[in-house]
Design a protein around this ligand. Structure first.
Ligand code: BTN
Length: 266
């Protein structure tokens, strides 16, 4: 059974989302908002209040969109996708970090299927089109004892923006800019949810290794000189069981579980 709540003041292409869903769980409980502070906060409140697995909050705009490392996420109305998915996974919290990479893979596959663009993944939470960021993932978990009780997968995708203001104009892109045309957000989001559901099912059934192999094939900057904080070296790939970065630092191969990956200036 589906549950859809729409709180909108004007029609938008997001209203088509229920009709476009092909998922079993993701989005079958759905809230579509005109504007909110952050869909991740709304999803967290819904999770704590007992919403079903796969509950989705999507907004036309966010007032306080959040990115990773405490950064803000630019969220103007009508152009991009701002969505958060509640996952209830019976998985220890320590095993959840690859979920961010799995969500990135779902976005990249959806863009490939719906737009014909092959995006790459910048560890751990960026989706790149030709070196510019077009999407970001923010996964926030809460646990009870040793088990994760719920994870919120926040997805922001630059879809229809034709230009970005400074300083984003140096680093960001959108599906519109990359493909030369506008896209129905509901169509792209429905595909992302279908891909994410498949990834989550595989993650639960088989662990992260199959997804991590596919993610490694899309990983940006393999073989290039990179840094994470003070650590410098050549990017080798990903650890198959954790999704951690493997960097050849010259004297040893270092496994990195957190931090901001940068490419060394040539
Ligand atoms: C990043 O790359 O820094 C992560 C960006 C995540 C943005 C999305 S938009 C929907 C959800 N709500 C938020 O406040 N953030 C995430």
């Amino acid at each position: 059974m589906s549950h859809v709540a729409v709180n909108r003041i004007a029609p938008s292409d997001l209203d088509e989302l229920p009709a476009r869903l092909t998922t079993r769980r993701l989005g079958r409980s759905l809230v579509v908002l005109d504007e909110t502070d952050s869909t991740n906060d709304d999803a967290r409140r819904a999770a704590d209040a007992g919403c079903p697995d796969g509950h989705v909050v999507v907004a036309n705009a966010q007032r306080k969109g959040r990115g990773s490392h405490g950064r803000s996420w630019s969220s103007p109305p009508g152009e991009d996708i701002y969505a958060s998915i509640v996952l209830r996974l019976d998985v220890p919290p320590a095993r959840l970090p690859p979920l961010t990479l799995c969500a990135g893979l779902a976005v990249a596959r959806a863009l490939s299927k719906r737009v014909g663009i092959e995006a790459r993944l910048k560890w751990p939470n960026d989706v790149l089109i030709e070196e510019r960021k077009c999407a970001g993932l923010l996964v926030e978990t809460s646990s009870v004892g040793a088990r994760a009780s719920s994870a919120i997968v926040g997805i922001g995708i630059g879809v229809n923006r034709a230009r970005f203001d400074p300083p984003l104009d140096r680093t960001a892109t959108s599906v519109h800019i990359a493909s030369g045309r506008r896209h129905a957000r509901a169509e792209i989001l429905a595909e992302v949810l279908a891909e994410l559901e498949a990834e989550v099912d595989r993650f639960v059934a088989e662990g992260p290794a199959p997804a991590i192999q596919e993610i490694a094939a899309r990983l940006a900057w393999i073989g290039e000189r990179v840094n994470v904080g003070e650590l410098r070296g050549r990017l080798i790939g990903l650890d198959e069981s954790s999704g951690a970065l493997r960097i050849d630092a010259g004297t040893e191969v270092v496994t990195v579980v957190a931090g901001t990956l940068e490419r060394d200036a040539p």
